[in-house]
Design a protein around this ligand. Structure first.
Ligand code: AMP
Length: 397
């Protein structure tokens, strides 16, 4: 982390700290249904407040086209107050006279939450006028929202050019974990890439074969690779038009010395539904009306044996249609093995992406992995080897 400015270098006492957090939390019936992101912001909020800083929370919520009551952060500010057990004042705009007055009245240690930054069009355009209007409300800017740092928006990136910029503690933990997994990992490194389609993860696969020692391919996307090798996939989800691309990825892997692990057997069913009658078949014996919905027992064993001989694991995407029982078994059993190896200090395990977190949650292993990123798009872009604007702006030049 020495490459980034952190709160260790920030003098926040009596300062107005614009703190970008991710309060874009899931809501159901007007209530916050999962407060994980709020909890992750807590250490940074407390540290700044307890050092005598004035904490000014900035976040987006949803994708509003302009001010829209349904995307107001008002309810969420109240939920932040409940989760952290401190008073959090809410201000109905994030710039202008109301915000200026509320911030002028703040005392050291106070916490204020400003309204959704996306109520202003300038936010997503990284507009200089909007940068200036926000920057004048603060003395420094802290980015604690890794999950939105793949966006060059005013609150996630632009402010870092106008004010002294620092990584918050959640951002710091995320960057530490991610660099330990792919930038300077203990080798050998294995990556699991699962999920539905090759087409959504082409850049990911291309980057990984150059970086990891073993690439384990599961999920629907494995079918595209299997079909490209002439194996029967029946009625499985498969992008037949990407056969040549899949073969290119396999050739690149070979050239880079990256071992590819594909399923050797599969759990197949005739219907894509929970508890559909299913059976395990060797990968050469998938019938013409079968659908591959999970990796089979021999593949699970094989993947676990690979994990036992590597030191680092990076994981994105489930091994099967994990939302439908029993096609969650591959994902659950491999996740359980990875958790056990992690607990035995034999493996550094890092996972991320929306569906992956849901799958690992269902497997009950999230707290047993070294690090699970709740970031979706940002985690994927990082795994793809892309520079994230909201992270780059924190780098010590
Ligand atoms: P992704 O968003 O690309 O990580 O894909 C996750 C989705 O892939 C989940 O909804 C899974 O149900 C789906 N998936 C994984 N394996 C299969 C499969 N063999 N057949 C159909 N869908 C799958």
């Amino acid at each position: 982390m020495s490459n980034f400015r952190t709160l260790d270098q920030a003098d926040v006492k009596n300062k107005r700290v614009l703190l970008r957090v991710d309060l874009n939390v899931p809501m159901e019936n007007g209530k916050v249904s999962d407060a994980t992101r709020i909890a992750r912001a807590m250490p940074t909020i407390f540290e700044i407040a307890d050092k005598g800083g004035k904490v000014i929370l900035l976040s987006h919520l949803g994708r509003p086209k302009g001010p829209d009551a349904k995307d107001s952060l008002k309810t969420i500010a109240a939920e932040v107050a409940r989760v952290i057990g401190r008073k959090v004042s809410f201000v109905e705009d994030c710039i202008g006279a109301k915000a200026e007055a509320a911030i002028a009245a703040m005392k050291p240690g106070d916490i204020v939450c400003l309204e959704n930054t996306r109520f202003h069009k300038g936010e997503e355009k990284n507009d200089p006028g909007f940068i200036a209007a926000l920057a004048k409300l603060g003395d420094l800017w802290v980015n604690d929202a890794f999950s939105v740092s793949h966006r060059a928006h005013v609150s996630t990136e632009g402010l870092g050019h106008a004010l002294p910029a620092y990584a918050g503690r959640a951002m710091q933990a995320e960057l530490d974990a991610l660099s330990a997994a792919l930038e300077a990992p203990q080798r050998p490194v294995a990556a699991v890439v699962g999920g539905a389609k090759v087409s959504t993860k082409l850049e990911l696969l291309g980057n990984l074969v150059a970086k990891v020692n073993t690439l384990i391919i599961g999920g629907g996307m494995a079918n595209t690779f299997l079909a490209a090798q002439g194996k029967p996939v029946g009625k499985s989800l498969c992008e037949h038009d990407l056969a040549a691309t899949a073969r290119d990825i396999l050739a690149k892997a070979k050239a880079k010395g990256c071992e590819i692990v594909l399923p050797v057997d599969a759990t197949v069913a005739k219907k894509f539904e929970a508890n559909a009658p299913s059976r395990a078949v060797a990968i050469d014996s998938v019938g013409s009306d079968d659908m591959i919905l999970d990796i089979g027992p021999r593949s699970i064993e094989h993947v676990i044996s690979v994990l036992a001989r590597v030191k680092t694991l990076v994981w994105n995407g489930p091994f099967g249609a994990f939302e439908l029982e029993p096609f969650d078994i591959g994902t659950i059993e491999v996740a359980e093995a990875a958790a056990e190896l992690t607990e035995a200090h034999k493996l550094v395990s890092v996972a991320g992406g929306g569906d992956t977190v849901a799958a690992l949650n269902a497997a009950g292993v999230v707290d047993r992995f070294t690090y699970v990123s709740t970031a979706g798009g940002a985690f994927l872009e990082w795994m793809e080897g892309k520079a994230l604007p909201g992270v780059e702006v924190l780098r010590i030049k």
